[in-house]
Write a protein that binds this ligand. Structure first.
Ligand code: SAM
Length: 476
């Protein structure tokens, strides 16, 4: 099949792409990504779809023919950043009306956003999170493709379950994110995710495994399975498959060295899941498990579904069942009505549990959420900042102490890329490790002697190179 789409324009030259020998007008694309790992994965899928159409990347928005803004609105600051970026594109669009602007992600949401369309008429395409189809469809249609053909091409470009990495990541990307649960149905009172990403939908296991297979064939050695409540994977499906089954099946994939998953919700962390993490050598002993607040009344108003006693018991259980486990948590300060005493309970819980990492946030009311509709945002900005800083200082001290224990130890590190003249990678417990070495280490599992450890990263040099799948970390 040979189809000529469009005409050579100032955008680029005609190019022959793919097995179908489709000829298209080559355009340069630029993607701006804000927010969580899910958005990083979504942007990668957009890039993949665009490259299947024959388009090529550029690192500058000013020189792009297609600009994608993949947005996050989980906090007010993220939303402000997205609007700032969007406004900055207006003059560019005025100068070059043929540039295709695609607004994507949580700012748009799954239900679309009419007010947004009115406020930003210069945006050509609005896409919900995780969906490259509206952009691909637009590009094909403006290029004059017949409707039935366009539909086939949209499907071909997106190809769920067979992710062809964008060219710049093929054979170089070592660690990839794979969404396994879209959306969320838990509805914590502060959280906008269910409104913008829709209800929880687990992806079929075969599709996920096919995707891991195609990624390992392209050089990926580590996958991180993503979901807002990743430990609920499969519970919305009718095939009784759970995250435990998925971990076992992924573990059997040759060429894959490491598996991680995030974010877990305390209520769905079963002993079976913890024992699976402990038993499967490729599954890394790192758990991301937000507690959000260390006070029962606040937790109840957040509708988290557990109390402090239960959370503490869970952390004990995780530590008992997974030797050498590292843990990260999320905390929100300044939730409506949070008193000084309630904040102190959060401080004390963080101090007592000694997490490796704490992601801290100052509460901001989000549209549609229960807390925004029914609770007064009554903790002053300055007080939120004071509480944030107190937790930040505490966590810096804790992480410094924990990581100091790694000095002099040998860690198995999967090397991802060169950064600032050093190789950068992570050990099994998700510590960021920089390595001084002249060798090409990308994609290799190496043993690193740690010479220096700070709260956020470590540095070391090669102890003994190995490309064998992992042994457990040498540090508890
Ligand atoms: N689904 C995960 C969970 O268990 O909460 C993560 C959701 S969210 C993408 C990441 C983090 O943003 C949350 O863990 C929470 O700490 C923070 N967050 C969510 N809504 C917020 C809000 N309204 N204000 C401040 N922080 C918020």
């Amino acid at each position: 099949m040979r189809i000529i789409l469009g005409h050579p324009t100032q955008r680029g030259s005609l190019r022959r792409v793919g097995v179908a020998e489709v000829i298209i007008t080559v355009m340069k694309y630029y993607i701006w990504t804000s927010g969580c790992q899910m958005n990083v994965a979504d942007s990668q899928r957009v890039a993949s779809a665009l490259e299947r159409l024959g388009h090529i990347p550029t690192s500058r928005a000013e020189s792009a023919d297609i600009i994608v803004l993949n947005t996050c609105v989980v906090r007010q600051s993220a939303e402000d950043k997205a609007y700032g970026r969007l406004h900055s594109l207006r003059p560019l669009k005025e100068n070059r009306p043929d540039v295709v602007i695609n607004l994507m992600g949580c700012l748009v949401g799954v239900k679309g956003n009419r007010a947004l369309k009115q406020a930003f008429p210069f945006v050509d395409v609005f896409s919900p999170p995780s969906d490259p189809a509206p952009l691909v469809d637009h590009l094909l249609r403006v290029d004059g493709r017949a409707t039935d053909l366009a539909e086939t091409e949209v499907r071909n470009a997106i190809m769920d379950g067979e992710l062809i990495l964008p060219a710049h990541e093929r054979s170089t990307l070592v660690s990839a994110y794979i969404p396994i649960v879209y959306g969320c149905s838990h509805a914590c009172t502060y959280c906008v995710i269910p409104y913008r990403r829709g209800p929880e939908v687990s992806r079929p296991i075969d599709e996920i495994l096919a995707e891991i297979h195609t990624l390992t064939a392209q050089g990926v050695r580590e996958v991180t399975l993503l979901g807002q409540i990743v430990d609920r994977y499969g519970l919305d499906l009718n095939d009784s498959i759970t995250l435990v089954d998925l971990l076992h099946a992924a573990h059997a994939i040759e060429g894959l060295d490491r598996i991680r998953f995030l974010t877990s919700h305390p209520n769905w962390m079963t002993d079976k899941l913890l024992d699976t993490v402990a038993a499967l050598p490729k599954v890394c002993e790192h758990i991301e498990i937000p507690f959000q607040a260390g006070d029962d009344e606040v937790l109840q108003r957040m509708k988290r579904g557990y109390n402090v006693r239960e959370y503490r018991a869970l952390i004990d259980r995780i530590r008992a069942r997974i030797p050498g486990v590292s843990m990260a948590t999320d905390i929100i300060v300044g939730f409506p009505g949070e008193t000084e005493e309630q904040f102190r309970h959060t401080y004390e819980l963080l101090e007592a549990l000694r997490f490796d990492v704490a992601h801290l946030a100052r509460y901001s009311p989000r549209p549609d959420t229960v807390s925004a509709r029914r609770m007064e945002d009554d903790v002053p900005k300055s007080e939120k900042m004071r509480r944030f800083r107190a937790l930040e200082d505490l966590q810096t001290r804790t992480a410094t102490e924990i990581n100091a224990g790694y000095e002099g130890q040998t860690l198995e590190v999967l090397v991802e890329e060169m950064q600032g003249g050093r190789w950068k990678g992570r050990n099994r417990t998700n510590k960021l490790v920089f390595i001084d070495s002249e060798d090409d280490l990308r994609g290799k599992l190496v043993n690193v002697q740690i010479e220096w450890a700070g709260p956020w990263s470590m540095r070391g040099s090669l102890a003994l190179t190995s490309t064998q799948p992992s042994t457990r970390a040498t540090v508890a």
